[in-house]
Each structure stands twice: as C-alpha cells, then as structure tokens.
Design a protein around this ligand. Structure first.
Ligand code: 4NP
Length: 140
C-alpha cells in the first residue's frame, strides 16, 4: 500500500487489509516521499482505525525502495500522483504491471490538511475498495 507520506492513507490501507486477510499474507506500506520515514502514523489515522477496531499505532513510515517491486506481487497506490511517481521507479514491464490504483478510476483524497471527517471518509473509501481487491485478486 503506497501513498505520499506513509503516515495517513497507506498505513490505514495496510491495517484494514491485514484485518481482513489470513495472518500469513505479507502486507506492508510505504511512501513515495521520505520526509516522515521512521514516524508512526498520523494521530488522526491511528484514531479512525481504532474507532473501527484496528490498531495501526505501532506502524513505522518508510520510503518505497527498488526491492519492493520484486518482493511484492501487488502494489496499490492511493492516487494518480503516487501512480506516476511509483511507475518512474520501476525497471521492467513486469514490475509496472504490479502497480494498481486502489480505486481504479478515482483518487483516495489526501486527508493530511483535512479534518477528522476527511479521515473517516478515507477509511470508508479504503474499506470498500479493499473488499473489492480481495475478490478481484483472490486474496482470501
Ligand atoms: P499520506 O498523507 O500521503 O496519506 O501519508 C500525507 C502526509 C504527509 C504529507 C502529505 C501527505 N506531507 O506533505 O508531509
């Protein structure tokens, strides 16, 4: 799961996906940027996840790295800008084909400058999108 900072959207996506899949599935998240590397998720993401029974408080932000394109089968990005940034880092068509926008035709809005309500909206968008990708990609 990939967003810009790896502190708002992608840690939520990681937590939601993990809550729905078997324990042996390897799930991680990363940011295209490095500014927040080493930080825990934004307090508002931690809170909205907690409201829905998911604990993401221990996650640590990191920047996406070249080995991710080989280590993971699927890479979901939150918006068009993430998509373009991630595609630039790939070195083969095989790597490119792993990258999908999690909402396909639209973006998960960046809630960083927003309100608690924007974080709840992101949670709801991701929760529905993740149910869909679980079916589409046969992840159960
Ligand atoms: P995220 O949100 O990409 O969902 O983690 C952001 C977090 C930090 C910044 C931007 C977006 N930032 O500009 O620092």
């Amino acid at each position: 799961m990939v967003c810009l900072g790896n502190i708002c959207r992608s840690p939520l996506a990681e937590g939601i996906l993990r809550s729905k899949l078997k324990k042996n599935t390897i799930i991680d998240s990363a940011g295209t940027g490095s500014w927040h590397a080493g930080e825990n998720p934004d307090q508002r993401s931690i809170k909205v996840a907690k409201n829905h029974g998911i604990n993401i408080s221990q996650l640590k932000a990191r920047q996406i790295k070249p080995t991710d394109f080989d280590d993971f089968d699927l890479i979901f990005v939150m918006d068009e800008s993430n998509y373009n940034d991630v595609i630039k880092l790939t070195t083969s068509f095989e790597q490119q084909s792993k990258i999908k926008k999690i909402l396909r035709d639209s973006d998960v809005p960046d809630p960083y400058w927003g309100s608690d309500e924007d974080f709840e909206n992101v949670f709801q968008l991701l929760d529905i999108a993740i149910d869909k990708i679980i079916v589409q990609h046969n992840l159960l």
